[in-house]
Design a protein. Structure first.
Lengths: 341, 384
């Protein structure tokens, strides 16, 4: 294929990605160093209220946004360097809290709270998803041919459901006296409020995410199980390997590339955890990095969006993504070089 | 020898079967349960007693429920619809559509079936059961509470139909554009082994990992002020991109593009390159070879990728909630507005009904396209 033809085929896709992914990335980076604010003028305002024997007048200084001739608010953009980052990370408060050895004070700062939850969530769900996925795949592989289709159909439901709706449906089972909370209360013989403290909410979120992603892992692993080399299984059997040893030394090594694939996809997706926060309306207790950016982007009560702060927190979120991607990129690069050599 | 040696002890088979059963229960339960809840009066729906939620005594007491006769007839209509969809629809489409218009025929046939089902299920069936129930004695008495009033509230009073329309616009746009753009790129990337192709794929991989909020933080200021910076080019009628469905379509297509080209590339790699070479020898240009020879055998891959594009657009919350204004809102962000201002349990059940309404099309999707979805999940994976 000539370069001209290749370029013609690829151009629409590349232009879209440049325009809507690469360009926004650069503009976010630039935005995070600037702040756009309305210009305020300080004016003296005299307010008079009618009183006994004449008026009582008070003068006070008010700051009023300056308007141009069309009545629109004048805004200026100025370079602030790393100030937005400082506003997000709050290093002074953070160090004070660290010096005081107070974990609670660290967790009172939004960014560190979000960072802790995001990392915890990513690392805790990963082994659970891989483990449950593998168990389901083995069980499906073990089942009679006739039930496999229906079982895969049911298994796909949690995966395909809209994340916000999935989180909501779990939420409704536990909210207030939802039936699962009622069942837990009956079992433990005590009063339970699932949404009153952070750790129960986090547990529910982990459970929801595992429920949501395990089918994906299971189906990928199930496909991998179909290609296990039967000859090696047979020779292992003749050598007297037990069922567990066959699984441990033949099946799992065979599935290893798929386990790595699922783990990478899962790390990328879980690091962006966001819909759970919306579905569980947990922003009072638990927030994530992506939710933090979303929150800055949403207009506040006065209708202002803190774009530069959102940009700063977005760039900070990016650092984590880069760390996740480095090993993956290094491996791909090595494979590529080996393939060309 | 192997069959017998590999035979598993009964205990292991039982454990494996039991585990699978438990998993299916856990997988389906939340979805099943919210469906049941959405049909009940608020007191029943949020009752801590599961039997009350299922049978809905309060709902029956209000005179809203299904008798055994209702349920039998309803199941009959459902079965007949499924039967027609499975057997008669393919047959009818094959016999009645002129060659080359199969997709249109399927669309039209499904639409006719859908309308027919709605008329039969919600129009004819209630009228028939109303006449028959008093005649049927104990079979005609309400046993299970069920009401569709919450669905009426959602779709008619809360304007969910409008959100549905917006979702339809956004998803159709995203699927069409991202498949058109993606097949071209995926084909070229599968056939060209150059370093440039490799770097495009790597860049796409990095882009796939980006949190969407990062991108939206980049769009928002540009979109809100677009009338200003577009006016030198477009003059007076420069649009504000913020709140426009087509701007969101462009954004979602771009976000989805990395995934789309990776998946389509791996499907194109399955088609032997000899095929386009044969076409080229016969005098086709690259584009003609792509259109006339490769595309006809690529349909399964295109359908699978289209399904995943659909899911992304349909399920998106973050982009649509930040970039669309209230009148153009799609279904998923709209429901977030619903449960956030929940005050009474009635509002909550209405939100549950909305959630079920959003899930129902996805359920149908899995039913029809299960094989393609599984193929898509394993496409990228098995080849490494």
């Amino acid at each position: 294929m000539k370069f001209r033809t290749f370029a013609a085929f690829v151009a629409p896709s590349v232009v879209m990605m440049l325009l809507f992914i690469a360009f926004p990335l650069v503009s976010v980076l630039v935005q995070s160093f600037f702040v756009t604010q309305p210009v305020y003028d300080t004016v003296e305002v005299e307010t008079c209220t009618p009183g006994f024997l004449g008026q009582i007048c008070t003068t006070e200084e008010k700051s009023v946004p300056r308007r141009d001739e069309n009545g629109r608010i004048v805004e200026v953009t100025r370079f602030v360097g790393l100030e937005s980052y400082r506003n997000v990370i709050e290093p002074d408060r953070f160090w004070a809290a660290v010096k005081a050895h107070s974990w609670a004070a660290v967790q009172a700062i939004d960014f560190w709270k979000a960072l802790r939850f995001t990392l915890m969530f990513t690392l805790v769900t990963l082994p659970l998803v891989v483990g449950l996925g593998l168990a389901i795949a083995l069980a499906i592989n073990n089942a009679a041919q006739a039930v496999r289709g229906p079982v895969i159909f049911v298994s796909l439901l949690p995966f395909i459901i809209t994340p916000v709706i999935g989180a909501l449906s779990i939420n409704w089972l536990f909210r207030g006296d939802g039936i699962l909370t009622a069942a837990l209360e009956w079992w433990l013989q005590r009063d339970i409020a699932m949404f009153a403290q952070a750790w129960t909410i986090e547990t529910l979120m982990v459970l929801y995410r595992v429920w949501h992603v395990a089918p994906f892992a299971a189906i990928v692993f199930y496909a991998g199980l179909q290609t296990v080399n039967q000859d090696s299984l047979e020779s292992a059997l003749i050598d007297g390997a037990s069922r567990w040893q066959r699984l441990r030394f033949i099946v799992i090594p065979h599935l290893m590339p798929l386990i790595v694939f699922v783990a990478i996809i899962h790390l990328m997706d879980t690091y962006r955890v966001f819909e759970e926060i919306v579905g569980f309306s947990s922003q009072g207790h638990v927030i994530s990095l992506q939710w933090l950016t979303y929150d800055y982007l949403k207009p506040d009560q006065a209708g202002n969006r803190s774009i530069s702060r959102a940009s700063a927190s977005a760039m900070l979120t990016m650092i984590g993504i880069v760390i996740i991607l480095i090993p993956l990129l290094r491996r791909t690069w090595r494979d590529h070089r080996r393939a060309r050599a | 020898m192997t069959a017998r040696a590999l035979r598993q002890p009964l205990s292991l088979r039982l454990a494996s079967g039991g585990f699978l059963g438990l998993w299916c229960l856990i997988a389906a339960f939340p979805i099943f349960w919210i469906t049941v809840m959405s049909l009940k009066a608020p007191i029943d729906a949020f009752s801590p007693n599961p039997l009350h939620v299922i049978f809905g005594p309060e709902t029956v007491a209000r005179g809203q429920g299904w008798s055994i006769l209702d349920m039998l007839l309803g199941a009959g209509v459902l079965y007949a619809t499924a039967r027609i969809a499975m057997h008669w629809l393919p047959l009818a489409v094959r016999t009645w559509t002129p060659p080359g218009f199969a997709a249109l025929g399927w669309l039209l046939g499904s639409a006719v079936l859908g309308v027919g089902f709605v008329v039969a299920f919600f129009g004819v069936l209630p009228a028939v059961t109303e006449v028959l129930n008093p005649l049927a004695g104990p079979l005609g008495r309400d046993v299970v509470g069920a009401t569709t009033e919450h669905y009426r509230t959602v779709w008619i009073d809360r304007g969910f139909a409008n959100n549905f329309k917006n979702s339809l616009i956004v998803t159709t746009g995203v699927v069409t554009v991202s498949l058109t753009v993606g097949t071209l790129a995926g084909y070229a990337l599968a056939r060209a082994g150059t370093a440039l192709a490799f770097w495009i794929l790597i860049a796409a991989l990095v882009f796939r990992a980006l949190p969407h909020s990062v991108l939206v933080a980049g769009y928002l200021p540009v979109f809100i002020n677009s009338a200003e910076w577009l006016s030198p080019i477009l003059g007076e009628n420069a649009p504000t991109l913020y709140g426009k469905p087509w701007a969101v379509i462009a954004v979602l297509v771009a976000i989805n593009q990395p995934f789309t080209i990776w998946m389509l590339r791996s499907f194109f790699q399955n088609i032997p390159a000899d095929l386009d070479e044969a076409a080229r020898v016969d005098g086709c240009s690259h584009f003609e070879a792509f259109r006339r020879v490769i595309m006809p055998v690529m349909w399964p891959g295109v359908i699978t990728t289209g399904l995943f594009s659909f899911l992304l657009a349909y399920n998106d919350f973050l982009v649509t909630s930040l970039l669309l204004d209230a009148s153009n809102q799609t279904m998923v962000p709209a429901i977030a507005g619903m449960f956030n201002r929940e005050t009474t349990t009635t509002d909550q059940v209405v939100a549950v009904a909305a959630a079920v309404s959003i899930t129902a099309p996805l359920f149908l999707l899995v039913m029809v396209f299960q094989r393609q979805i599984v193929a898509g999940l394993t496409a990228g994976a098995v080849k490494g």
